[in-house]
Design a protein around this ligand. Structure first.
Ligand code: G6P
Ligand code: MG
Length: 220
């Protein structure tokens, strides 16, 4: 039985993944680097500095550590500027209703986001009250695909990983959930998340709560 649900933030709870994309795209255009949705998909779930590294590698560009730090900082400043305009329109459709339905079934809810901006986004979108535990990029040592972030969430909730389900739009995040021994639901398509055991696009239409929570299945 599933007793806890752990959610990634960007691209799962809200469309802030688009603002990450825009901030990187602006930088790439200014620097004359190639950047597109395919490269962007690889950045999902991975920290800022590692994201820059992926973009640099893709373009065959080498920079000294100080310059890299500067650019990662610049990207974040631009990202935060873009975040100022977000409101409830940035919420993934049906997400609040879905989390509320889970809560009504007694399922504990945690956030597991690599973003150091996650807390501010939850506040801005008035979502903090929906989460029993919040684990962000500020609280972990090993980034996704390491399972640390989700294991920490499960521990804070007091639920065994076996009884947890992870919602993720990142390949690194799907891997982290699976490595943690959790059930994983990809948010996206089978093409973008080939490692996800199941994928959904719509939290209402594509999910049957009883099936998800594995209720009514004979015990083994
Ligand atoms: C999330 C996003 C990534 C982002 C990472 C770090 O995992 O999916 O695209 O790079 O958070 O975010 P931050 O807001 O700390 O730069
Ligand atoms: Mg994500």
């Amino acid at each position: 039985t599933i007793r806890a649900a752990l959610f990634d933030l960007d691209g799962v709870v809200c469309f802030t993944d688009h603002y990450h994309y825009l901030a990187w795209k602006e930088m790439a255009d200014a620097q004359g680097w190639d950047f597109n949705e395919t490269i962007n998909h690889q950045l999902r779930g991975i920290p800022r500095e590692a994201s820059l590294e992926v973009i640099l590698n893709h373009n065959g560009v080498t920079l000294d550590p100080q310059k890299k730090q500067e650019l990662a900082h610049l990207k974040n400043e631009r990202y935060k500027e873009l975040l100022q305009q977000i409101d409830s329109d940035a919420l993934y459709p049906g997400i609040v209703e879905f989390i509320t339905a889970l809560r009504e079934r007694g399922v504990k809810i945690a956030l597991g986001s690599s973003s150091k901006n996650a807390g501010a986004i939850l506040d801005k979108l008035s979502l903090t009250v929906l989460f029993d535990a919040v684990v962000t990029g500020n609280d972990i040592e090993k980034p996704k695909p390491d399972p640390e972030i989700f294991l920490k969430g499960a521990e804070l909730l007091g639920i065994h990983p076996f009884n947890c389900v992870v919602f993720e739009d990142a390949e690194s995040g799907v891997e982290a959930g699976l490595q943690g021994g959790m059930k994983v639901v990809g948010v996206g398509t089978p093409a973008t998340l080939p490692n996800a055991p199941t994928v959904v696009r719509d939290y209402q239409k594509d999910i049957d709560l009883d099936t998800l929570l594995q209720i009514g299945k004979p015990a083994r």
